[in-house]
Design a protein around this ligand. Sequence first.
Ligand SMILES: NC(=O)c1ccc[n+]([C@@H]2O[C@H](COP(=O)([O-])OP(=O)(O)OC[C@H]3O[C@@H](n4cnc5c(N)ncnc54)[C@H](OP(=O)(O)O)[C@@H]3O)[C@@H](O)[C@H]2O)c1
Length: 304
Amino acid sequence: MRYRPLGRTGLTVSEIGFGAASYWGLRRFPEAEAVGLVHRALDLGVTLFDTAPGYSRGEAEPRLGRALRGRDLDRVVVATKAGTFHAGGGRTGRDFSPPALVASVEASLRRLGVEQLGLVQLHGPARAELNDDLFEALERLRRRGLVRAFGANSFDPGVIEAIIAAPSLDVVMLDYNVLRPERAAAIERAAARGKGVLAGMPLAMGHVDGQLAKLRGLRDLWYAARALKNHRQEVRLARRLGFLRHDPRMSAAQASLAYVLSHPGVSAAVVGTTRRAHLEANAAASGQALPPDLAEQIGLAQQG
Ligand SMILES: NC(=O)c1ccc[n+]([C@@H]2O[C@H](COP(=O)([O-])OP(=O)(O)OC[C@H]3O[C@@H](n4cnc5c(N)ncnc54)[C@H](OP(=O)(O)O)[C@@H]3O)[C@@H](O)[C@H]2O)c1
């Protein structure tokens, strides 16, 4: 596994991070399997674990806490979010007021079983919510030693620029993958300002690998339902990259990760998985260069 600095935070993270979210966190995914994946990730050298209070109906964060309990976390960056929460019945609530953020961080520390969080990211703030009152609350949490670094996550270009411009935010998490080359310029601007950059959805939710065509069990039905509800555009765009599934040198997922990591501004790609073989293949993508002919083919496909 290779490691990169997380911007100017002083933290170093594995190029491949573990996304403790989605199906991985749900109760219907057996606890022993979920915990086993975290332990395997640690063995493979993964040092970045990303979750959120609201992920997986509120189950992902406490599950990650249970999985990390008793492990050597010296080099591990436990990253969570604030500003959103599971509001019951599968709904997500949001509250970016300073008292709510402070309460959220304190509750995350308890659920994750750590004394300090490596990274806390504001989870999809609106531009107007990124204000001085909020930044002062973050700085107070930092001074109390509860959080090393702050960031924010957004898929909205205007909000991404506001995050990059905010001195209190050290990290930006955005949706960067072979289907989203337009994010490359923002990543360059973020890196130039010393921000760490986390690529969420680096496999475009698995659609680069033809996720929808592989119905092997319950979890794939769950992924398919999510795709039909929220990600039809990714499914459509991914068809153009079908050639990645037939390259003998690397899998489509590995090519996608190599593409994301070939941007020097990216600190890590955070991948969600429920399968050990996928986790191992993703870890093996660290350090694998994207062959120039594949990079060229991807560029042509991106132009449509
Ligand atoms: N803050 C936000 O708003 C936000 C939004 C999205 C994502 N994120 C972060 O980014 C992380 C990643 O997002 P994500 O999990 O939704 O999307 P993703 O990492 O782009 O894709 C996950 C999907 O890809 C599949 N997959 C993983 N490795 C694979 C491999 N080697 N070969 C084939 N398929 C593979 C997984 O299925 P299997 O289970 O079968 O492996 C799953 O369906 C999240 O866990 C979260 O931490 C944040």
